[in-house]
Design a protein around this ligand. Structure first.
Ligand code: ADP
Length: 479
């Protein structure tokens, strides 16, 4: 069978290749095929690791300024290609075009940040008496495993920091969304030596990743995805220790205090819940509203929810895309049915969305608000990963914090309020890695991102981000 060059989605040792098998990438809004990608196995993954090991010494010894210049130029290419990258992301992920474009632009900003941080990743000199030097060296060949919900920003954030630190990196995009990741790799690798950035697309992530983890030459893994898979990676890596960064599930609370600017809080909560159709590890999963403002706040929230427009992400005016697949929809339906059975009321949505035009056969669900939620419901303990928002009422600030913290997750939390002391106390007591105050998107290149408890370990971004790709070497001297 002649090779189809459009399926050459593997970048190994500087060459774009296809594999013996290919797989179909589907538009989740229409279920129509979008493209095919190479379906790599352990053989291709290990070839990429060979190339990474070969490329490592020269990349490690490349001046940080030179690495930064190459990454900065790649960020400019990403910005220049933002429209077509966003269209590709919408086609394979389903999110509205404006959100996809926002993600591409934020990826470029993260790459710029990584480039700059690479130049600042210096060590230190400790006091003379009993002192010495701390050198910082790139940890070595790295693997970046990325999810389908933010297929651009997760890939660029990991790859950018690895490359800036001097580590060759193999990226493994999610099987649902290999296309935008492949295009980003193309744009970034353009200015780099062969083997420094490589990409493996596959429908057999476990086989591919296990083969790499079994090889002690792989020195670093950075993973974003579900908690189950992340904990599994830790287990399979336990025989020989390897630096591992994990960014996993969340169960984000939002707390609306009774002195909040209510229209702004309603807008913020709606944005933090329904972006990416709720399929985000930082999506609001539990909304706590203080009793005195509950009656005034709820209509403002429902107004925001009523304004959402489900549809194909590429259609003008769409603000809510489909879920990635029907397994995701089943979970949403299960959570809503359980909540209703336990006494919650459906204040908006609560069912599958019926498209007004033919062809939208994907897993659409109406934006949904459930009132009268309590802490016994499935939705109160499990991440829903869909456009459903349960609302709880609370009395004391401390009670809201306690209920917000009553989860095994600790990624993001949101606080809406105006009194500095109350907001501060609330922020201080929330056991989460990221807290947003009066705003919906707590992600900035300058701030470290990551969770406590079962949400993860290590941080990405901020001045902490590059640490995940560097080893400290202490040098004591007697001169
Ligand atoms: P989700 O449930 O959101 O799809 P996953 O954790 O399954 O999240 O997927 C996140 C990333 O992890 C994807 O790139 C996927 O291919 C990869 N992945 C899935 N299962 C495994 C596994 N057993 N070992 C290694 N990587 C995996």
């Amino acid at each position: 069978m002649p090779e189809d060059p459009s399926t050459a989605t593997l970048l190994i040792g500087g060459e774009w290749r296809t594999a013996d098998a290919t797989f179909e990438v589907v538009d989740p809004a229409t279920l129509e095929p979008v493209a095919r990608a190479a379906d790599a196995g352990p053989r291709e993954a290990l070839a990429a690791l060979d190339a990474a090991c070969a490329a490592f010494p020269a990349w490690r010894d490349t001046a940080a300024e030179e690495r930064a210049t190459a990454l900065g130029a790649a960020a400019a290419r990403i910005r220049a290609g933002a429209d077509s990258l966003a269209a590709l992301m919408t086609a394979e992920n389903g999110k509205p075009l404006a959100e996809a474009r926002g993600e591409i632009m934020s990826s470029a900003r993260m790459l710029d940040w990584a480039a700059e941080e690479g130049r600042r990743a210096s060590g230190r000199v400790t006091p003379r008496a009993g002192g010495g030097l701390v050198l910082r060296a790139p940890v070595g060949p790295a693997l970046a495993i990325t999810p389908w919900n933010f297929p651009a920003s997760m890939l660029v954030r990991k790859a950018g920091l690895a490359l800036a630190a001097g580590c060759p990196v193999i990226v493994k995009p999610a099987e649902q969304t290999p296309l935008v990741g492949t295009e980003l790799v193309r744009l970034i690798a353009d200015g780099l030596p062969p083997g420094v950035l490589q990409s493996i697309t596959t429908t057999r992530p476990k086989d591919v990743v296990d083969a790499l983890l079994a090889d002690r030459r792989l020195r670093k893994v950075s993973f974003t995805g579900s908690t189950d898979v992340g904990l599994g990676l830790l287990r399979s890596t336990a025989d020989h220790l390897r630096r591992t960064s994990l960014e996993m599930g969340g169960h984000s609370p939002a707390i609306v205090l009774d002195d909040a600017d209510l229209p702004a809080a309603a807008a913020g909560v709606a944005a933090a819940k329904f972006a990416n159709a709720g399929q985000s590890c930082i999506a609001v999963n539990r909304l706590f509203v203080q009793r005195p403002v509950y009656d005034a706040f709820l209509p403002l929230l429902l107004e925001r929810v009523a304004a959402l427009r489900p549809g194909h992400g590429a259609d003008e005016g769409t603000t809510l895309g489909p879920l990635i697949d029907f397994a995701g929809l089943d979970k949403v339906e299960r959570h809503v049915a359980d909540a209703v059975k336990r006494g919650a009321s459906v204040a908006a949505g609560g069912r599958r969305w019926e498209p007004p035009r033919p062809g939208l056969a994907g897993a659409f669900y109406e934006p949904t608000v459930l009132t009268g939620a309590d802490d016994t419901m499935l939705i109160s303990t499990e991440e829903t990963f869909g456009p459903v928002l349960p609302v709880y009422v609370f009395d004391e600030d401390g009670e809201a914090v306690e209920r917000a913290n009553a989860t095994d997750y600790g990624l993001a939390a949101y606080v809406f309020g105006s009194g500095l002391a109350r907001v501060w106390r609330t922020v201080d007591r929330l056991d989460f890695g990221v807290v947003a105050v009066n705003e919906p998107f707590p992600v900035r290149p300058e701030l470290p991102f990551g969770g406590t408890k079962n949400s993860g370990q290590e941080r990405e971004g901020g001045s902490e981000g590059i640490d995940a790709y560097l080893e400290s070497k202490s040098v004591s001297m007697r001169l």
